[in-house]
Design a protein around this ligand. Structure first.
Ligand SMILES: NC(=O)c1ccc[n+]([C@@H]2O[C@H](COP(=O)([O-])OP(=O)(O)OC[C@H]3O[C@@H](n4cnc5c(N)ncnc54)[C@H](OP(=O)(O)O)[C@@H]3O)[C@@H](O)[C@H]2O)c1
Length: 334
């Protein structure tokens, strides 16, 4: 059974090898599965980079059957990925071998055990293993996936886009909710503490999307365009290496606010447009922009008297899509 491990302190170091199949019996309320189709995306780089702080390494610790030194859970980890896995064995009567699940899996093909309890709606299950309880709840949610009798490879689109699309939806509808009367305001890192209705309010804010062509950026833009009028943002600047395609995509909607797409090289000229919006706040979401883009934007804001006095919120949603050189530290919210 093949396993892929990555150094927690230097993600450039990684290797793959085989481990023996498990011989221990499956625990009660558990299923044993094998990955069937995984989405390898920018997210996998993030899971490795922030795996310690955000507990992503907790999902699939390296098994003790790995050869040394790769059996050291403090130094080596398995990067998780979204996708589909097939049940091999089950001690849960409602789940039979051959069932497909959508969820958060190891980027390996060794068999893994999940301890599950049913949750709402029907077909959704929650992982209850003690070692995973510091993960955000969405990573512990698994759902039965109906393959409709088709080949599993026909679901590549679901695997690559579904979790990211949800991220853009939650970002627009809960972190920056347009309707706090009917929807709870959710902190960017989950939960309701430390993020107020004012933090969530975009009705007087200009919103800047850096790396606007990422899937997360696209999902956020789509949900902004679907928001009711006057709920904000009051202006939407998308910065990307592909400004013409991003502008063309925005043209398919009739947003109730001004929208502009800019290339990274033009950030230094964005001050006039941003100031012309007459916003009271600037919210910047960095979905993993190219080198220096965020710094360039901050300089633009600080050097423009009409922007410098505005409240600025920076959301570090993603990192540039490359394996960084250590030492690692991440800032998730400022
Ligand atoms: N915090 C959260 O809850 C959360 C949720 C979902 C995703 N994320 C993170 O958000 C980020 C984006 O994820 P995604 O899946 O949406 O990304 P993706 O679609 O795979 O992003 C591809 C885009 O990355 C940009 N990019 C920046 N630097 C690049 C480089 N050196 N080479 C190639 N492309 C580069 C390009 O956009 P431009 O041309 O526009 O630069 C490219 O189109 C990731 O870091 C992910 O982990 C965070």
């Amino acid at each position: 059974m093949d396993i892929h491990v990555v150094s927690k302190s230097d993600n450039r170091q990684h290797t793959a090898f085989q481990i023996p199949a498990p011989t221990d019996p499956l625990k009660p309320s558990s299923i044993r599965l094998k990955t069937a189709l995984l989405g390898l995306t920018s997210n996998n780089l993030t899971y490795a980079l922030g795996g310690t702080q955000l507990r992503w390494w907790d999902a699939y610790p390296v098994p003790s059957t790995c050869p040394a030194p790769y059996n050291d859970q403090s130094k080596w980890g398995i990067v998780p990925a979204w996708g589909l896995a097939t049940v091999l064995e089950s001690t849960i009567p409602e789940i039979t071998p051959g069932t497909t699940f959508f969820g958060f899996w190891p980027t390996s093909s060794h068999s893994i055990d999940l301890e599950l309890t049913p949750t709402e709606p029907a077909g959704h299950w929650r992982e209850t293993s003690p070692h995973r309880q510091n993960l955000m709840s969405l990573y512990n949610r698994y759902m039965v996936f109906d393959t409709q009798g088709k080949e599993i490879t026909e679901f590549a689109w679901d695997v690559a886009v579904r979790p990211i699309w949800v991220a853009g939806y939650v970002f627009s509808e809960y972190v920056f909710t347009s309707d706090p009367e009917t929807r709870p305001v959710i902190h960017p890192l989950g939960g309701t503490d430390g993020w107020t209705t004012q933090d969530s309010d975009l009705s007087k804010a200009v919103f800047v999307s850096l790396a606007a062509s990422t899937k997360t950026g696209r999902a956020t833009a789509y949900n902004f365009f679907c928001r009711p009028p006057r709920k904000g943002p009051v202006g939407f600047l998308q910065v990307t290496s592909s400004p013409s395609s991003i502008a063309e995509a925005a043209d398919k909607f009739i947003p109730s606010f001004p929208v502009k797409a800019l290339g990274y090289e033009d950030i230094t000229h964005s001050g006039e447009w941003l100031a012309g919006i007459k916003a009271e706040r600037i919210v910047i979401a960095d979905f993993g922009a190219r080198d220096g883009a965020l710094d360039d934007l901050i300089k633009v804001i600080q050097s423009n008297p009409e922007l410098d006095s505005l409240k600025v919120t920076i959301m570090q949603v993603g990192k540039q899509q490359k394996v960084p050189t250590p030492p690692y530290h991440i800032t998730t919210l400022s």
